[in-house]
Design a protein around this ligand. Sequence first.
Ligand SMILES: *[C@@H]1O[C@H](CO)[C@@H](O)[C@H](O)[C@H]1NC(C)=O
Length: 419
Amino acid sequence: MMALQKRFLPLLAIASAVFFFFLYHSTSVRETWRGLPQAVGMGEALSDQQKPTTENPDGEGTPKSEEETNYANWNPRPVFKEGDQKPSDYNFTSILVVPRTKEEDVNWIKEELPDQQTAIYVADDPSAPLHPPKNKGHEVMIYLSWIIENYDDLPDVAIFMHAHRWSWHNDDILDNDAAMMIRRLSLNRVWRDGYMNMRCSWDPGCPDWMHPGEVEEDMFKQEQSLLAKSWSELFPLDEVPSVLAQPCCAQFALSSERIQARPLSSYVWYRDWLLHTPLSDYISGRIWEYVWQFVFTGNNIFCPKVHTCFCDGFGVCFGGEDQFNEFISVRQQMRDKEGELREWEDKGKAIEEAKEEGRFEEAQQLDVPEPGKDKELKEQIETLRDDVNKRKGAAFERGMNPANRAMEAGRQWHEGDGY
Ligand SMILES: *[C@@H]1O[C@H](CO)[C@@H](O)[C@H](O)[C@H]1NC(C)=O
């Protein structure tokens, strides 16, 4: 008898497993289970709008199948609408939000932009009037802190910039100068678009940059392999995008409407993530560089036309995409010639150095710079520089006319309209 039982034990186990499988999937069990959330009070926690619909519209109370539950309402997409047209004499209010360290000098702001309202946070000084809860995550912590602290009383436009005035990542058409960028920024465009990257040039960052699915480490994008995990922590209800792109370097401007398109609690959530993530200060800050455009436009790729950004955004209008590309091409020719000239000079210097240090044999082997080539190159560079400057000057002139800006941006424009 005992022996028989042992032999049938595995069979018995399989039979009971199959039985419970069917029992679990039978409607009666599911409906009992489905009743639970109501019983524990989840029904009250959700507002009517968010409540997943489990009841039939015919009112008979038969629950819908799980597949029909309206998950879309659990993660409503923010409404990112265009700002309305303001009268041409409307004066936008604006603020410049800048993170700095104790050591960084931001006097250029007061000197260059005396009328600009500012919020300057000192990242590493908890006794400063404006400071973040923790010195972590670089500018991200401070941008988010400003939004959280001012959410209910925002000026029309907030400009988020770094503490340094000159930087390679400030566009060189605007002299790499943050003061010039802020002075020339069209608050109208920021208001209309809601979100504007302060860098127009695509490189680095566009047309595609971060690939959150990529797990191989990339020296230049150390944060890439950590992005997918961070994304699912930050936006648990949004699919990890295959690509994230916008012009680099985390300087941008926002309208008050755009900030308020997301609830205050979103920003608190993002900042909590930053406060608690085990990622390094550097990496957690860098991850956000290609996340801002998603937060403020809902799009994973944000790469506006470069010429439109310069023209409508900063009043530098080359007349259209072709004319802008021509300018870029002439400027590139000038840079190439400058490179050739440097090479020519370096060759001469190498020979001189070798001779000075008594390495005569080596000096004889070295490439001799072509005689007279330097003069020729200098002349070519001069001609190209004149051309570049002429085109640039004309673009600044053209940008003073609001009709030109509208045309280049493909906007309707009527006599009397402002920018
Ligand atoms: C905007 O500012 C300018 C210059 O300060 C002023 O002349 C103008 O009246 C202001 N516009 C409005 C609508 O207040």
